[in-house]
Design a binder for this molecule. Sequence first.
Ligand code: ARG
Length: 470
Amino acid sequence: MTKSGQLWGGRFTEKPNETFAEFNDSFRFDRRLFTADVRASIAHANGLAKAGVLSADESTAINGGLAKMLDEALSNTAYFDNSDAEDVHSFIEGELIADIGDAGRKLHTGRSRNDQVATAFRLWLRDETDAISAFVRGVQAALVNLASRHADAVLPGYTHLQRAQPVMFAHWCLAYFEMLKRDRERLADARGRINVMPLGSGALAGTGFPVDRQAVAEELGFDSISGNSLDAVSDRDFAVEFASACSLIMVHLSRLAEDLIIYCSTEFGFVTLSDAVSSGSSLMPQKKNPDALELLRGKAGRVFGHNISLLVMIKGLPLAYNKDMQEDKEAVFDTVDTVRISLRVAAIVLENATLNEERTSEAATKGYLNATELADYLVKKGLPFRTAHEIVGNAVLYAIGEGVELHELRLEQLQEFSPAIDSDVANALTLEAALAAKDVPGGTSPSRVNEALAAAKEYLNDQNKKFSHE
Ligand code: ARG
């Protein structure tokens, strides 16, 4: 017995080896392209009808049969089960022929699975790209909410994970907001190259029937049509670009996760996560672990792996289509699944995070985070910065020896290091002054951060209006 929807039995006299068939078949995963492939098939049939290749009756029968399949797939959860189809394309054709007979045997006129799969995959990925972009926006909204819940809070800022200078906590939140903004730009940019229609390229040389490709593309919502059939059936750049944009999303989520993991530790104690997003230990009763964050960090590697495997899959392939390319599906599917759930979890964790403001302000005033303020103070008194830097270095060394902070030294003690230091130094060394001084665009002064927060809220509103699919 031949497999259901067998597309290529004619020149074969032997059945495929079972193990080879299992290796070759992709239906168990590419069934995810079912809706996209049916939609593309309807548009293809319409194109054939307009070109006079299909009669009105045939076109009606094909359209009806395909629409019925879409309904059935939606209503019957077992619709795909027990099929031994090779792939989603043969499944659809086989079902159509079983349902409507001979007219169904005309659907594949002027098309190949090579342009068909590229078309369905791009259609599917276009919609997923939009969905992922909306989920990225969800994380941005959660960051803005978190920042708004702690609008006046400060955080010790770090370099080399050593206390450096104080920043507004909202500034930290908005740093991740910026990364995610770029991620959405990258997705939007990739979308432009995803949303190009290869259909009409045939197996590799172009279709032999006078289909109006532009009209078919418009019906499917593609922005444009591919310009070279050899390239169109073998181009998977779009999948690499998508996976690469997703890799950067995961880089950003992973860094966010790492910051929060550190901040949740008892040693830092900056952030508390609610029980809803924490796990316990099977052995140690006191433990409350940030598993959600660790998984966000851990899952990044999976997505990078898919990105790399797509690159390796394509490199060195001769033109045009090669079966290697079937490997693109699982890489992209798992990328989509991983990034989607990661973004959702990241938003949930942020909604369940609380900053311990007292602890962060205390940390922001201990550890000489105002040393740069003292140097800047001396510069404003006329000293060259390099000289000021050295003077303050000496003062810090002295303060460490005394076991006090710079602002805890008496004026006379400070003046030992520079006669330029005056009684107004006390004001310059406060946390408030350190923050307020960073009054440049992109800086962490409270007024700049408030502006940035307002701009972020505006961005979210605009984006909300732009995309209805959320
Ligand atoms: N399942 C195949 C894929 O994903 C469809 C294209 C197969 N074309 C072919 N000539 N074998 O790439």
